[in-house]
Design a binder for this molecule. Structure first.
Ligand code: AMP
Ligand code: TRP
Length: 325
């Protein structure tokens, strides 16, 4: 099964990224799976160059620590495969301004700043290129990427109709639970890297004491009945889903075992800390050997280019470009 997915190296990886996306990547890795750190996407918002450089390497180590095996799948850095940026231009000439300006994520991010970058608008086209360059059949992502996936399908179909059948039309895949982990302090909004909410965001590499503090202080409600009900009890339901994702049960099963919020929070905190402990440990070892990480990225980029290059040439030729001839 051909799979592609990506993650931005902005901010630190949080539990939403892990449960919504990365854990699925690990479960579905195979020789036909491609996972990329999308550093070009990270340029759409202000980021210090030195920070971007460091975080890109942090993410390589984090993804390996979380269980990606570069012998089994291809792990690479988006900007090291130049076809992504090239493909993005071609697809900008397939997508329309109207459809891009209607994207929820764009509207949200653009409304928070003056003079947003054009890249913030065209971001989903770059993402579509990431996916289509690898003829991906499946794209494991969290719920917030559904709309971008729909747009990718739309672009692929439009291209195929206009220029001939080159693209595979991909499908998004979401995990059974925790496809949308909410902020612990404000369960009406998703846990996010771009909004500073330190107490609301559980980072993968938070100290155990911080994880404990954040979970114990998570906003719930006052009626003290443990029940899985997103509408009436979003804060509690978020915790129940998180618990279920780690324990492999359903949120309803978890809810049945508890009668007090405090007990649930205490057990959840232990479960999260013990589940993440091996990842923390491996991360420290891997992050120390930067030369090995760089070499691994170079191998990944070479493998990715073997697939992306020929596809890019087909797209360019189909559109009438003499590129590559
Ligand atoms: P990003 O950090 O925006 O690059 O997202 C990387 C992956 O994590 C994407 O597949 C997102 O859908 C997923 N993701 C991000 N935030 C959350 C969240 N709060 N809950 C579940 N999945 C998420
Ligand atoms: N836009 C995605 C996000 O913010 C990241 C991403 C970029 C991606 N390219 C992708 C995800 C390709 C899946 C496939 O989460």
């Amino acid at each position: 099964m051909r799979i592609l997915s990506g993650i931005q190296p902005s901010g630190s990886m949080h539990i939403g990224n892990y449960l919504g996306a990365v854990r699925q990547w690990v479960a579905s890795q195979n020789p036909d799976a491609f996972y990329c750190i999308v550093d070009l996407h990270a340029l759409t918002l202000e980021i210090e160059p030195q920070k971007l450089r460091e975080q890109t390497v942090d993410y390589l180590a984090s993804l390996l620590a979380a269980g990606l095996d570069p012998e089994l799948c291809t792990l690479f850095i988006q900007s090291q495969v130049p076809y992504h940026a090239q493909m993005s231009w071609l697809l900008e000439c397939v997508a329309t301004y109207g459809e891009l300006s209607r994207m929820t994520q764009f509207k949200e991010k653009a409304s928070r700043q003056h003079g947003y970058r054009v890249g913030l608008l065209t971001y989903p086209v770059l993402m579509a290129g990431d996916i289509l360059l690898y003829s991906a059949q499946q794209v494991p992502v969290g719920d917030d990427q559904r709309q971008h996936l729909e747009l990718t399908r739309e672009i692929a179909e439009r291209f195929n109709n206009r220029y001939g059948s080159v693209f595979t039309v991909p499908e998004g895949v979401q995990p059974a639970a925790s496809s949308r982990v909410m902020d612990l302090q404000d369960p009406s909004r998703k846990m996010s890297k771009s909004l500073a909410s330190p107490m609301g965001t559980l980072y993968l590499f938070d100290e155990p004491s911080e994880i404990d503090k954040k979970i114990k202080k998570a906003v719930t409600d006052t009626d003290n009945e443990v029940r899985f009900d997103w509408d009436a009890k979003p804060g509690l339901s978020n915790l129940l889903e998180m618990y279920a994702s780690f324990s492999g049960e359903s949120p309803v099963e978890v809810a049945e075992r508890y009668s007090r919020y405090g007990d649930l929070k205490k057990d959840l905190s232990e479960l999260v800390v013990t589940s993440l402990a091996p990842i923390r440990q491996r991360y420290r070892e891997l992050r120390d050997d930067e030369a090995a990480l760089q070499a691994l990225a170079a191998r990944g980029a070479a493998k990715a280019s073997e697939v992306a290059g020929p596809l890019y040439e087909r797209v360019a030729a189909a559109m009438g470009l003499l590129a590559g001839r």
